[in-house]
Design a binder for this molecule. Structure first.
Ligand SMILES: [Fe+2]
Length: 247
């Protein structure tokens, strides 16, 4: 029995793919088939796969039906986190989604899931992604203050949601945590954030996140061991559609 993670499948069985340069390159060719084959060879019905958001391009459940069915048909237990593109998932209606997909998919938001004696906690997260202003040497020399201020509000809201998830797990007696985020825990300028501080404070062992696409973004945030916590980027293209073993 093992725990795996990956993110950002960006499925579009029923919808036209948006014209997005970073999501249509060589690494995305037949990625649905490639990933399904990897899962079928690597995972068994006993395993758990956490998908860290951006599951589908569909704007509502109807448009996502085939994409979510594809995920249902993968081997093992599937736990989904909300990504910035998951329009079908209203954060306030997670319970309804869990009801609708009972026995097939589990949706992680303001709750937690147990895996052996580990608590799987998480939220979408957020970090300021610009606009940044560059000087004539291409170095960042400033940023949009208004956008940065707005981002701080979103970071605060997501931190609160993460706290709910962690506290629920703690109240249920869990002492070991794996933390899943969709967004990276820090932006390209930060070495720390409320998410990295919470990971440390709660004694989280691993932080696993997605969202970063294209080789030039694979090191936008922390990877590897940092202040006693292991950080991993698992966006599908960054791991070439190979489910990443967490435990
Ligand atoms: Fe994505």
């Amino acid at each position: 029995m093992s725990l795996y993670a990956i993110g950002d499948l960006h499925l579009h069985f029923s919808t036209a793919i948006k014209n997005h340069e970073q999501l249509t390159g060589k690494l995305w060719k037949n990625h649905e088939e490639l990933f399904r084959n990897k899962c079928r060879t690597m995972l068994t019905g006993e395993d758990t796969l956490v998908l860290v958001g951006d599951h589908s391009w569909g704007k509502n459940l109807r448009e996502c039906e085939r994409d979510l069915q594809y995920i249902c048909d993968l081997p093992g237990r599937k736990i989904l986190l909300r990504g910035n593109h998951d329009m079908f998932w209203d954060a306030k209606k997670t319970e309804q989604l869990n009801e609708l997909f009972r026995g097939k998919l589990e949706f992680l938001q303001n709750n937690f899931y147990a895996y052996e004696d580990w608590a799987l906690v998480g939220t979408k997260g957020y970090c300021f992604e610009g606009p940044f202003y560059l000087d004539r040497y291409g170095h960042i020399c400033g940023w949009d203050e208004e956008a940065a201020e707005h981002a701080e509000k979103l970071v605060g809201r997501e931190a609160q949601r993460l706290k709910v998830s962690l506290e629920e797990a703690k109240a249920a007696g869990y002492k070991k945590f794996i933390l899943f985020l969709h967004y990276p825990p820090t932006n390209i300028l930060q070495t720390d954030s409320i998410f990295t501080r919470m990971a440390k404070e709660y004694g989280v062992s691993q932080v696993i996140y997605g969202h970063c696409h294209g080789a030039s973004h694979f090191h936008d945030s922390i990877t590897g061991p940092y202040k006693g916590v292991q950080y991993s980027l698992v966006s599908g293209d960054s791991v070439r559609w190979i489910p990443q073993k967490v435990l």
